[in-house]
Design a protein around this ligand. Structure first.
Ligand SMILES: [Zn+2]
Length: 498
């Protein structure tokens, strides 16, 4: 899974500060868009001063939604960005990576230094884009982190089978059972029962003893831990104290007793908690990231923060009732949740789905009716959400340049052999042009710089092939951000109308 780390600074640049900030970033971080602009002016033979004036003008264009922003591509499949909207709001920076986000602390440090210097605001500090402190504190108080053992995870997969779970519950309720007798009372085949019991025994969920029963009365006359002990020659002399038969002539049955481990799994459906934690871990979410909230009837709530977004995963080992749906609503309201996943081992009715979605209009719900393939289904939900975040992150950058910048980013992070249709020339001419950057005529409010250099400013909207090459040179062919490929389709729709 991609890790998207976003940080914010409570600051608003003016266009001169934005220009100064960008100039310093250009020299220390080699950003893509401005790097290409500078390269472009260099090839056009513009002097330093003219270039700087032209670049300052870029920040003054009130038609561009971004006051500043750029992308930094790294050859380790990582994309960094920063931006500030002209309409206000915080300065935002982020790192999109498959590596450890902590590896990029330097990036945030560098940006912060430049922002502090440019704005003369020494007090500025990064703010997390995640759930606010109040929500985090309340979650920490009301929930717990559980780290199941590998053995618990394995056992939970066995108990996912409804028949296995039912059988274990029946054994539990009788505290221990004689297997042969017990099997007779069950509707399922004895062989099936024995197979489950064998699995339970292997997993340490139950333990097995052997009992010798008097054929006449059915009463237990001997209990041993293994069958071999009954066949032991020393037992030959032992006779049934009821009928006098030798032990070898009496009946042998297996006694199945749940272990402490087995009880722990069944109590309060702990196996289900373990099962979901195991599935989340397979989807790349560590147990320590999950806050579990129990004690509300049959629902267990998992709170997970993924890429700064808080998710609620509600788990129920039965049908979700209307009463329980009110509890879900209450959580959504209390924690201002936008993402809810309901996992139930029984079908969730259309009515219930509708009710939950209707009562929580600002939230997106996903429903899983069973645990079958829960890993893959969770992965696909998280990957869909990831794309939405990426779309939001990348959407503005297309307005900064007529070059199809997202395509270039996509090319940078796509796996080899994944054919990306980047015909830069074809695309840039067929794309709706962002009005701000394409507008060749300098407006009245534009500075003299544009008028002094009418020729390059007018020509700029159609960059020569060289500038595309400059962009595409930065590709890493072996990168692997396959899911970002989707953004290709979105960016064009997000371009401002011409
Ligand atoms: Zn007997």
């Amino acid at each position: 899974m991609l890790k998207i780390v976003r940080r914010r600074l409570d600051v608003q640049f003016d266009s001169l500060q934005a220009f100064e900030f960008q100039r310093q970033v250009d020299s220390s971080l080699s950003p893509l868009i401005n790097g290409v602009r500078r390269e472009y002016f260099k090839r056009l033979g513009l002097g330093n001063e003219e270039t700087e004036e032209w670049l300052l003008n870029e920040h003054r264009k009130s038609t561009v939604p971004l006051l500043l922003g750029d992308i930094i591509l790294r050859d380790d499949d990582t994309v960094m960005y920063y931006r500030q909207q002209r309409s206000g709001g915080p300065f935002e920076a982020g790192v999109i990576t498959r590596n450890e986000p902590s590896d990029y602390a330097d990036y945030f440090d560098t940006l912060l230094k430049i922002v502090r210097k440019t704005t003369e605001r020494k007090d500025l500090a990064w703010l997390s884009a995640g759930p606010d402190a109040e929500v985090s504190q309340s979650l920490a108080n009301e929930s717990e982190v559980r780290v199941p053992t590998a053995r618990e995870v394995e056992a939970s997969r066995e108990l996912e089978n409804e028949a296995a779970q039912r059988l274990l519950s029946q054994i539990m309720s009788a505290s221990s059972v004689f297997l042969a007798r017990f099997s007779q009372g069950l509707s399922q085949d004895r062989a099936v029962t024995e197979r489950f019991v064998k699995r339970f025994e292997d997993l340490g969920i139950v333990s097995k003893d052997y009992a010798v029963l008097c054929r006449k009365t059915g009463q237990q006359i001997l209990r041993v831990s293994s069958r071999a002990a009954i066949e032991d020659p020393s037992q030959k002399t032992f006779k049934c104290f009821i009928c006098g038969n030798s032990v070898s002539e009496e009946m042998v049955d297996e006694i199945i007793t749940p272990t402490e481990f087995g009880r722990k799994l069944i109590d309060h459906d702990y196996w289900l908690v373990v099962r979901v934690l195991g599935a989340l871990e397979s989807a790349g979410i560590a147990n320590q990231q999950v806050h579990i909230h129990t004690g509300e009837g049959n629902l267990t709530n998992f709170f997970v923060t993924i890429n700064d977004q808080l998710y609620l995963i509600v788990v129920a080992n039965r049908k979700v009732t209307l009463e329980e749906s009110y509890l879900i609503n209450a959580h959504v309201a209390a924690y201002r949740l936008e993402h809810v996943i309901v996992i139930a081992t029984e079908r969730i009715s259309v009515l219930m789905r509708h009710h939950l979605e209707k009562s929580n209009a600002g939230s997106e719900f996903d429903f899983l009716d069973s645990l079958r393939g829960v890993e893959e289904r969770l992965m696909s939900i998280f990957s869909r959400k990831e794309k939405t975040v990426l779309k939001a992150v990348m959407s503005d950058f297309g307005t900064l340049t007529p070059v199809s910048i997202q395509d270039a980013v996509m090319e940078h992070i796509s796996p080899p052999g994944d054919v990306l249709e980047i015909d830069a020339r074809g695309r840039s001419t067929s794309m709706p042009r962002p009005a701000a950057t394409v507008e060749p005529t300098p407006s009245k409010t534009e500075s003299a710089a544009t008028q002094r250099n009418p020729s390059p400013a007018t020509e700029h909207p159609e960059p020569p092939p060289e500038s595309h090459e400059a962009v595409l040179e930065m590709e890493t062919p072996d990168a692997d951000f396959s899911m970002m490929g989707e953004i290709l389709e979105v960016d064009e729709t997000m371009m401002p109308p011409v």
